[in-house]
Write a protein that binds this ligand. Structure first.
Ligand SMILES: N[C@@H](CCC[C@H](N)C(=O)O)C(=O)O
Length: 259
């Protein structure tokens, strides 16, 4: 049996169990344990679990696991929460560079608002009904009508397994509100459910909507079920660079769990 000290954070309702693993004591290959800690009935509950570790090139390293217990690709909201957590631990003050699975990220924090620089996007695959792009994690972006009545769980699961096979994709459904604002609901792989917000997902939506001509703005406002986020970027030839994701990230509680 072991006692783990944990922290719970949320970024626009995308919630995470966060552990300070600078001593490298957490058994990160224990998929069942991670899934149990993320379980909302038998554990702490979260869309994912994130370890903060030492990194010799930057302020810290972020290691991200989905709620199913498997390590996965970049998490934008999780990255923003890690910036708030590293400030809470006194590792950083108002700005940072940290390492994640997709490389180094710069970020700033002011109050509880975190602005995170995302990786460049080199390619947007445009199909008749949707776009597909990688913003650190893979994302399908599809416009729909009546998003508030849309069955995100059912339609998301269908596409995640049907169109993208075993490795899967996150699936974002979008409705345009005005020239530069959109409403987004996301089905996340690895959670295998709709989450209240997805940072790499809304980033993908902003870029896809610019790429398909739905907006000409380089500052996009996105409403999610868990709150509002902003994305700004530059377009250079066929790529999108200097992409920033901005929004709140907050500690919810901290505690100990026996497992
Ligand atoms: N919620 C995240 C994305 C987390 C990774 C995703 N579930 C995957 O496995 O691709 C975000 O805020 O970006």
């Amino acid at each position: 049996m072991m006692v783990l000290q944990f922290f719970k954070y949320q970024g626009t309702g995308n919630d995470f169990v966060i552990l300070d693993n600078r001593q490298e004591s957490f058994p990160k290959n224990n998929t069942k344990l991670i899934a149990k800690l993320c379980d909302r009935r038998f554990g702490i509950g979260g869309d994912g679990l994130i370890l903060l570790e030492n990194d010799n090139m930057s302020d810290f390293k972020m290691v991200y696991f989905n709620a199913d217990g498997a390590e996965s690709s970049m998490c934008g909201n999780g990255g923003r929460c890690m910036v708030a957590f590293s400030k809470y631990l006194g590792i950083i003050k108002h700005e940072t560079t940290f390492m994640a699975i997709d490389g180094l990220h710069k970020a700033t924090i002011k109050g509880d608002i975190v602005t995170l620089k995302m990786g460049d996007v080199k390619e947007v695959k445009k199909k008749a009904m949707y776009s597909f792009l990688d913003t650190g994690s893979p994302h399908h972006v599809q416009l729909v009508n009546n998003l508030n009545k849309f069955d995100v769980q059912k339609e998301g699961a269908k596409l995640r397994y049907g169109l993208y096979g075993k490795s899967g994709s996150n699936i974002n459904f979008v409705e345009q509100l005005d020239d530069n604002s959109f409403e987004v609901r996301t089905y996340e792989r690895g959670v295998e459910d709709e989450t209240l917000s997805c940072g790499t997902g809304v980033t993908a939506v902003a870029i896809a909507m610019h790429n398909n001509g739905k907006t000409t703005s380089d500052l996009i406002k996105i409403n999610t079920l868990g709150g509002n986020l902003e994305i700004n970027f530059e377009k250079k030839d066929d790529s999108y660079i200097n992409i920033f994701l901005k929004g709140p990230a907050k500690q919810v509680y901290k505690g100990e769990i026996v497992c």
